[in-house]
Write a protein that binds this ligand. Sequence first.
Ligand code: KIV
Ligand code: ZN
Length: 390
Amino acid sequence: MTVERLRIFDTTLRDGEQAPGFSMRIDEKLQLARQLDALGVDIIEAGFPIASKDDAESVRQVAQEIKRPVIAGLARCRPADIECAGEAVKGADRGRIHTFLATSDLHLEHKLHMSRAQCREAAVDGVKRAREYTDNVQFSAEDALRTDLDFLCEVVEATIAAGATTINLPDTVGYSTPDEIFDFFKTVIDRVPNADQAVFSAHCHDDLGLAVANSLAALQAGVRQVECTINGIGERAGNASLEEIVMATRVRPDRLPLETDIDTKAIYAASQLLSALTGEPVQANKAIVGRNAFAHEAGIHQDGMLKDRRTYEIMKPEDVGVQTTLVLGKHSGRHAVQNRCQELGYSLSRQALDQIYVAMIRLADAQKSVGDDDLVAVIEKVQAEQGQPA
Ligand code: KIV
Ligand code: ZN
């Protein structure tokens, strides 16, 4: 089986940052960009320079400082936007202009008041203008999944001919399904005669909770760049989550034979940093990085885990940089309690363990879950009552 390279395009600082509650100051964006660099992403979309002075300045500073990944700046297919993005990424070792234009009739008629012919012309002009600043140009057909397929193929062919090296076809409103997006990318890649001269990219939103599933289906259809964000943040319900896509390729190489340069051990730190910078907590049951993602509380699960971790664990928490695993709660079994006590350095009689177990369950009932501090306090109390040394 040949393993192909998948490029990770991180848009936490652009699509992610534009979501309510997730705005960051320039110094915070730089801090996150350093973490994204350590994580090993291929492309950092650092912002939308024409949007504000601060956006332009943060893209400029990221481009100046972060040297390994490609640094991208977003621009509509308008001369002023492209000039602004070109200036902002000028200091990068490898800068990219990411220019976009909506292609669906809905957007053309009701938002842009443009004909299809005008749209194709503006897209081509935008790409050509961007090429005056850099040879690394990405074109995105906004609302691609709701665009007439014949027209979309025409635009894709024309923008590649004009010099676009990456073609991104976003599911802007999170409307697609995995089977549909698979057929969609397969058709476009098969039909466009110069498709081999560009990397195809997916950018999926999560309005129906399908962003990651859709991105993975796009990869199976031949897409080799995926746009995603830490913790899945982004417009409305968010973008596809970087950590979920990357871990899917690591855990299921049999289905997704694609390699990335992501250091998965740095995933949790990136997730926590984003949460700390924005003050937005990560949902407890969020896959990979949520507080409960590796927590086994049910007694049967804890017992199975202690016998053989593979019973209930498909990846190790350490693989994504998470240290803690077992949470003791009211559903925990005796085996888990005994094990944790031993890990904490206590060797207990059967009678002491019985008492500790009952006390622990009572405590968990009152306060949901029991941490190590609580458990130690219970052990000490029981041992004191039994006249044993603490
Ligand atoms: O969702 C979208 O269509 C976008 C484009 C600007 C790439 O974010
Ligand atoms: Zn988007």
